[in-house]
Design a protein around this ligand. Structure first.
Ligand SMILES: Nc1ncnc2c1ncn2[C@@H]1O[C@H](COP(=O)(O)OP(=O)(O)OP(=O)(O)O)[C@@H](O)[C@H]1O
Ligand SMILES: [Mg+2]
Length: 399
């Protein structure tokens, strides 16, 4: 069974293509469905040694390899800069392996039994799909990066970052529009809120940040919905120490090349990369609650960011969980602005039911409770920020 769209590709792209094949059963394909292709037989080591551009496609017969060898194949391909598209064929393909394989930029599976036409169609589709990657990664594409961070713990930064990212993705209506990056490397919650599994292991890069490119980024992100991808690390208490500054900044740099919008869920505590990441943002949104301690923290935090960056960037303070005064002596918006000594950019209504239900179901509030006031308020915030001219003085760059 072909996993992705059935291939209806008119141009015959196969003749002359260099196909690296793993598995004896694939040897004769150049005389059959892949007529005209230049098939080179290889092994796991060939993938480990494969250079970018060394093959136009990798074809793997999963039935011909041991599970460890198959896992090594996928690992070698994920670690490759600009890995070629990959087609894996076989019976009873292991689910975990398939999941990892499909995280590659261009990959598909074909479960046996399949016809020669199915195979040719899958190969052609992958060859076509592999082309836009280069275009998407073209440097210089105008992207916008917004950082969201909480003035105090639990103020709603992750919730609002998710809603902003979702709203922008819906507005864009196209693939690869928005990447939400959870920079709470040790214990980020964005993946759990979205009901998906985090995949990134930035720690694996150690000091080889320059290996991060668009293809590798594609293998690391988790697709959430049309237009929205999530980059979030697996839980790791040592992640902040294990992940180098260069790896974080390089990853952000590549994300900004690939996506129209990059939304950062930023931890409050400063890391070696925090100021560079903030300096690369067009907008920094500080989320505060309507309590006096949170407002004082929001004011101090915004001042700290402004002073440390000295780029003229003014964080925008968003007051979250605005509730009716009926529920207690909360400060009014005017009183809040007095405590902040600056204007608040926007307010987001409180709606515990919608926030909790969405977190429990896994997904944005806009998906599970589209009528919530939170959704309306976030939409207004997104529209007002998107209307600002892009402003990025110092794009985040790895040293
Ligand atoms: N506008 C809102 N109305 C009601 N509940 C909300 C709202 N915004 C966030 N919440 C709830 O507040 C809690 C904290 O939210 P969230 O995890 O987004 O905060 P955070 O600032 O990211 O926290 P942390 O400091 O742990 O990263 C969650 O239970 C969330 O569902
Ligand atoms: Mg959070």
């Amino acid at each position: 069974m072909l996993r992705s769209k059935s291939a209806k590709v008119s141009a015959d792209l196969i003749p002359g293509r260099r196909i690296l094949a793993l598995g004896e059963s694939l040897r004769g394909l150049a005389d059959g469905p892949l007529a005209g292709a230049l098939i080179e037989m290889g092994a796991v080591a060939s993938l480990e040694d494969l250079q970018s551009g060394g093959a136009d496609l990798v074809l793997i017969d999963a039935d011909a390899l041991e599970a460890t060898a198959l896992a090594a194949c996928v690992k070698a391909l994920s670690a490759m800069r600009n890995s070629p598209p990959v087609l894996m064929v076989g019976e009873n393909l292991p689910a975990g392996l398939v999941r990892n394989l499909l995280r590659l930029e261009a990959a598909d599976i074909l479960e046996a039994p399949y016809s020669p036409e199915d195979l040719a169609a899958a190969v052609q589709t992958l060859l076509v799909e592999a082309q836009p990657v280069v275009a998407a990664a073209a440097p210089g594409a105008a992207s916008r990066c917004w950082g969201v961070t909480g003035a105090v713990g639990g103020s709603g930064a992750t919730t609002i970052a998710i809603e902003i990212a979702h709203a922008l993705a819906v507005q864009a209506g196209k693939d690869r529009a928005v990447c939400l990056v959870d920079l709470n490397l040790a214990d980020g919650a964005a993946a759990a809120y979205l009901g998906c599994a985090p995949t990134t292991r930035l720690a694996d890069f150690g000091h080889a940040a320059d290996r991060i490119d668009a293809a590798m980024l594609g293998a690391f992100v988790t697709p959430v919905s049309r237009g929205l991808d999530l980059m979030a690390g697996v839980r790791d208490p040592n992640a902040f120490d294990a992940v180098g500054r260069d790896a974080v900044l390089r990853m952000l740099e590549v994300a900004c090349e690939v996506y129209d919008y990059v939304i950062l869920d930023l931890p409050r505590h400063r890391r070696s990369w925090t100021l560079d990441a903030l300096a690369g943002c067009d907008e920094v949104i500080v989320i505060s609650e309507l309590t006096v301690p949170a407002l004082l923290a929001a004011r101090a935090y915004s001042d700290e960011i402004e002073d440390a960056l000295s780029t003229g960037l003014r964080p925008r303070i968003v007051l979250n969980r605005l509730a009716s005064r009926m529920f207690g002596p909360a400060p009014s918006m005017t009183e809040a602005e007095k405590a902040l000594q600056r204007k608040a950019e926007a307010g987001i209504s409180s709606d515990w039911e919608a926030a909790a239900a969405s977190a429990n179901l896994g997904g944005p509030i806009a998906q599970h409770r589209p009528k919530s006031k939170i959704v309306k308020d976030v939409q207004a915030l997104v529209e007002s920020l998107a209307a600002q001219p892009p402003r990025r003085d110092a794009p985040a760059k790895a040293a």
